[in-house]
Design a protein around this ligand. Sequence first.
Ligand code: ACM
Ligand code: ZN
Length: 751
Amino acid sequence: MKHPFLLALLLLLTKVGLSQSVILPAPGVYKAMVGEINLGNELSFDSTLLVKPLRNYMQTQLKEMYGINCVFGGKNALVQFQKLNNAPTDFYSINIGDNVKIRFTSEASCFYAFNSLFQLINGEKEHYSIQRAFVQDAPKFQWRGLHLDVSRHFFTVEQVKKYIDLMAFYKFNTFHWHLTDDQGWRIEIKKYPKLTEIGAWRDSTVENHYTTSPRTYSKNKYGGFYTQEQIKDVVKYAQDRYVTIVPEIEMPGHSRAALAAYPQFSCTIEEQGVPGLWGVFDDIFCSKEESIHFLQDILDEVLVLFPSQYIHVGGDEAPKARWTKCKKCQAVMRENGIPDEHHLQSYFIQQMDKYLTKKGRKLIGWDEILEGGLSDNAAVMSWRGFEGGIDAAKQQHFVVMSPGSHCYFDHYQSTNPAEPIAIGGYTPIEKVYDFNPIPEKLPASYHAYILGGQANLWTEYIPTMEKLEYMAYPRAIALSQALWCQEKPKFEEFKQAFQAFHVGYLKQRNVNFSRALFYPSSKLVPTKTGMKLYVKDEDQTQDFQLNYKIGDNTSFISKTIGDLDSMDFDRTVGSTVEKITVVLTSPLLKDPAKQVIYRHPALGLPITFITKPSPQYSSNGSLTLVDGVYGKLPWKGYEWLGFDTSTIEFIVDLTQKSTIEGASIHFLDDTNSWIYAPENCEIFVSKNGKKWSKPTGLRLDKSAVKFQLNQKMNGRFVKFQIKNRTKIPVGSNGEGNTPWTFIDEINIYFK
Ligand code: ACM
Ligand code: ZN
């Protein structure tokens, strides 16, 4: 090298200037310094303060990822450790100079420090190095959770271990193991062997999305369970990675598998098999004393296996249909002065709370345990939004925030039509990244009650480990940022760090993570004459190809996407509709992403909302209603606008005086997901937006989700007024809650 000085300067400019490292979740402080330590193929640690599991972990990680030999020695080792007292919980620092000095406060923080250091290793076999730097770090929240439902689909011990290993690497510390549900009981209970002999197996499983009609079932026997020995092994495996397992035993609802084995603990004592259909079932545990004792016996065995402070008892989605009619439940209510079945749910949970408290543990449950009053020591896991968590915190109960809007990883993660089937919803990684477990409206005096947050992986549509990894990663890493970082870096910086280290890491670990983060971003925006589709391939790393055809018979027209491409879709006139098929292909996509867009006369028209859609389902704003893309079943969160009020009003501006020939609007009807087609929809027409007239001839379509107007009128503005029921009827899923109204494409035919 002729100019070593220039090289040094170049390094200085490229490395010192970097304010961030590749470490995820990002540390509080990262300062790069000039120079690096060359490791060759070996890294030595002073093992004086290292416990054996930590040494094993370090050894395995370094060997598997880098082929680096881990050497344990004493004071001459490269990496030295010092234990600190009087520092924040799980604080650590790493000083990389002539040697590496790690200061830590707890075994867990030593583990975190190692995983951060691990991510700073550069280079290739035989030539590894670490950039000189200073890192200082501590987590923001104490509950950093990932959940896994092993009931809907079963995951083996090895798969569960891989899941835990990966979450531990990203500094999650709580694994919520959803062990029981309607479709399978997965934990051996010695006192009640039928729970796994019968309850762990179902004879069929519903195919496709459960809203698909007609429903079909695969008739294969499906199931599995963990023996107590296997559970102990997994608990130890998690402990060695500083992950606490919080087991969940669902009650009183989601209990059909348990009741298939022991029907005597239901209200009707009717024998029923383990269901192969998803959803919410009326048959739940009876609140009689025998059922309470049965569950407490189960908890006894659970407590021996799981040393966690918290035990999750479910509590969600328990219809009261059986309790209302059950003599025994009614007697429990009379004897205890319980006014209604919601308070009976509270009484039920209270029996468990008292029991767990007596045993030195704490109860946590889904936010429905607020119904009828929270029992004394219960903590709440808020899933139906933030509200339950806010209520509980204000009552001075601990809270884990896990709202569907940000934390349900069983939702779709991109608008790519080729996404594999998901339960519904739309939770892209950017939304996860934005998650803050502390809601703005919660007064500061209650912030300390928010323990943290958690993502849930319900597995109705996740039958394999590959799909599980696809749904969980990289969204889980975005969540780890939200839960760990005192101040989250910008999303772009997260993306750069992810690309620089974690893509390679996940590939090396054979993790089938989603590439949605690298898809070209596409956006539909309204224009004066209709709308425009922008496709932007910022990364320019992949060869995306955009093909489109107009109508059914023309062949595809192709182009390779540059960094920015666009396509105009103009409104048609009268009642003309034209179909355009847009297909995006790339080696990144397993299947081509195909989107059918219909050009119609209302395309891209401005809409004024009198009632605003819920932020959770506001998608692409008003354009969602007139973007030529029709919401379909199974529903995807982004194709529809969702309203959580029972009256909805908005006005479509045709932008000029027109002759209106007809109109239609589409609603979704998926009552299992609390989405109801409205009871009434009216249309008004106005020339000036002030004086409205109501056309006659409105026709409610047979399917009850489509209304049509068959009368010509003059005007510029069309107002839609929609009324839905105010409450979900008793006996239905989500009874008592306000139903959702989901609206999509509006067609107005005019000249
Ligand atoms: C839930 O998603 N039912 C907690
Ligand atoms: Zn009963």
